[in-house]
Every structure is written in C-alpha cells, then in structure tokens.
Design a protein around this ligand. Sequence first.
Ligand code: PGA
Length: 274
Amino acid sequence: MNVIICKDKKAVAKEAYRIVRDRVMNGRAKVLGLPTGTTPEGLYAELVKGYKKGEIDFSDVHTFNLDEYIGLDPKDPQSYRNFMDKHLFDHVNIKKANVDFLDGLTGDIDRECARYEEAIVSLGGIKLQVVGIGRDGHIGFNEPGTSLTSRTHMITLAQSTITDNANLFFGGDEDKVPRWALSMGVGTVLDSDEVLMIAFGANKADAIHGMLEGPITSMNTSSALQLHPNVTVVLDEAAASKLKYRDYYHRIAPGNEEAMLKFLAAARKKAGRR
Ligand code: PGA
C-alpha cells in the first residue's frame, strides 16, 4: 500500500483531491465509489472548489456510494443520499441520472443488493473507490465479523458506529440512528481498480494500525485492503501515530520512484549501459 502522511486534515483533503482530480481528468476513473461521514467532507469541499475553478469536470462521471441507512428516505436530512447532494452532487456538473445509490426504503433487500452489484458491473466496475474507516476498522459499513468476500448486503451496525454517528449526525441521540444499513461488501470494494483511503484524527489510529500492520482479519475489515494491489492511504499525523513502520512509509512517499529512476539512470551510465 502507498501511505502518504500529511501534516493535518486540511492537507489530507488537498492530497485526496489531487488524486481524485488526476484520475477523473486523465480519463482513468469515470466510475467512482464514494463514502459519507466527516472524513470526506474536506475532499468534497475541495472537489466543489476545483469544479468552480474549472480543474475538474463531472459531466461523464458515474458514482456509487458505499452505503445507506435502512429506513431513511433519500430526502431525509440524515440519509447518506442527502449528505452527498448537500456536500457534492448539488454543487458540481454531475448528471443526477449518473448517481446510483442503495435504496434504504427498498421492499426487497436481496434484489436491491443484487441490482447494485449488477449496476456496478454494467459500467465496467468502479475505477476509483474512496473510503473512510470506522473506529472499529470498518470500510463501508462492514463491521467486525463481516466476511472479507462479502458482496453488497444488509448489515447490523456496531455500537461504536451508532455512538459515533449519533454524535456526528443525529445531535447525540443514539435512538435516532437506524440499527441497520445496506452496504457494499468487502469483496465489492476489493473489486475496484484502485482504492483511496482517507483518515485523520487520533481516534482512527488503532484502526489504521490494524489495517496496515495487523493481520488480515474480519475483525478489522479494512485489513482486507492488504490484498488489493493498488491502494493509497492518505493520513494525518494523528491517525498515523500508532504505525510501527512510519519512517519507512515516509521513505516510500511520492517522489520515491522518481528518485529510484534517477539513481538507476546514473548507475547505468557509470556502468556504460545504454
Ligand atoms: P467518519 O466515518 O468519516 O464519520 O469518521 C468513517 C466511517 O465510518 O467509514
């Protein structure tokens, strides 16, 4: 995994923006997977800013979101769909027809989950999947114990997720947080061509340590990303604070490959290779 450690959460948002803009504008990522939560708010603000400056164009971009609460109407202020409209979709030139979302009010959960999987495949798969991480290591709403090969499914939320989301989005009232959600599975996330994980804050440090340096285990579903060949993790110093190999990650940061190629070219020249 490529690990980029930034000074603070503002720098995390800027670095994540640079990556998303690059993938969208060089044509490699016209199908995006997107997260909700406090983590991507800075990235979405940067995307809106970038769009207004003419740096990024969403006219041919399709999106799938990771998850949605069961029982909430898309117009409900607490729904993830509403969050996305408010933070991103209403402010950029994405076609609403190109936004696909899990329907939290579906009358047939199995069918809705199968539909989502098929819709992703019909667009050739997700090219860039952006994810945050829960305190318990979840990606999407894949709580500890979720199969690492899971596909889009219904999930019962863990208590730590209910507590965190109550504080962040439901005015601290845990009773208002739905107990269930629909979520892409871990296997669905692993099928995307590239994954961009963003995280900041000391409360994510244990989960990040487990993801990068722990064993691959369904007790921290993000650890399954160790099996993915193209993952970039953008962290702030606090989220990176429990990493054992921190110095090494700094060493393999962007610019490393260019330095290696320069070194190799000089060595070849010295050896008389052409
Ligand atoms: P957060 O949630 O961005 O609100 O911290 C992250 C997640 O649960 O994936």
